[in-house]
Design a protein around this ligand. Sequence first.
Ligand code: SF4
Ligand code: SF4
Length: 452
Amino acid sequence: MKNTFSIGGIHPHDNKISRDCAITPLATPPTVYISVAQHIGAPAQPLVKPGDKVKVGQPVAEPGGFVSAFIHSSVSGTVKSVGPRADLAGKMSTTIEITVEGDEWMEGIDTTDTLVTDIPEDNKATLEKIRLGGVVGLGGATFPTHVKLSPPPGSKCEMLIINGCECEPYLTSDFRTLLEKGEQVVIGAAIIKQVLGGVPCTIAIEENKPEAIDHINEVIAKLRKISPKYDGISVMTMKMRYPQGGEKQLIDAVMHRQVASGGLPISVGAVVQNVATALAVYDAVQKNKPIIDNSVTVTGGCFPKQANLLVRVGTPLSYIIDSLGGMPSDAVKVISGGPMMGKAISNLDAATLKGTSSLLFLTAEETMRKPESNCIRCGKCADACPMGLEPFLLNKLSRINDVEALEDNAAQDCIECGCCLYSCPANIPLLDIIRMGKAEVMKAIKSRQIKK
Ligand code: SF4
Ligand code: SF4
């Protein structure tokens, strides 16, 4: 099978031990903490103050700029406070604390399971519904979707790719979404396709999810009988390879086009959206339901109860862990996301965000780094890098903080996938070091842009 990207990549064990766990709604916690900084771009501005009563789906913060998104209450109750609170990484952000009372939803939100298959024709109205629904990319980037679906003048989308690869080990929430909400995902894809001018749409799913591939093919066939709006949507079975779900890697794999350094997918005619985003688009457009919950995989070899939970946005992590029997005694690290690109959680009192897809528990043995030795110039890191970079060189330049040389060698293109680190026989913490160098380059690029 050739459907994969052309350079680099690795084959870690997929460890999808939660794959058979159906998505189950988690009981609403007594208090939620809703951050106004849940997306790329300007944080949203609070619309509520302590003492205000709110309903499920009510906007509680409005976009703070062009690239920003609405934030909605995920519960009904009373706003207790609006102020700084530490997020998953320990960073402070303005957070709306709401004490839960009942479960009263905003008028106009369709909470029934009735499938709405008619694709609206008015693209402007559809985009506005996506904006009002606070939809952001749920594949990790959290870029506001209405902005991504409005290509700049002179750019033309030629293909929509729905990313169902879920190539990170352990994660299964997208897989479960494809199996359990396949109709909604395909309708969401058809809505996005319509907004982009009816371009062809490829739903890319890796070969280790055959049930999802079969199911989505059946769903497409069924929906095509209802409307020609579903023509031009197809499934592409992808070879299992990490990081297949990376935006640039997926475009390469599906369209055989390369996005240049610093370029956007639209520069090669592509728009990529994740399956969970397609579902969120369906909800926002067909059901008037903003993002108030999301699927979270709770997993790890040491975690006694694997799960895929439907969690209200702003649910404390400690509440999720307690609901599944508490913290395993041998877990020493909790990661938000997968083991390759996820971020260590420093604060279990923090709450989930729209983009929280997983909580992964690891033991001391699983997280132990082997002692670092000298580079033996084997080149394995460069062979594994899906961005065609030279990690051994970026490592050297990062250590001496040579920002100019780092930029000349495209450190800014590093997607922080960890393939270099995974491949290095000398156990050099390449990703950690390169990440620091990349941060310096990004700072330099930003300050040049401000001066212009
Ligand atoms: S982390 Fe960066 S340098 Fe390392 S393989 Fe991935 S893209 Fe390349
Ligand atoms: S993989 Fe490690 S040892 Fe080999 S060249 Fe890269 S940094 Fe050096």
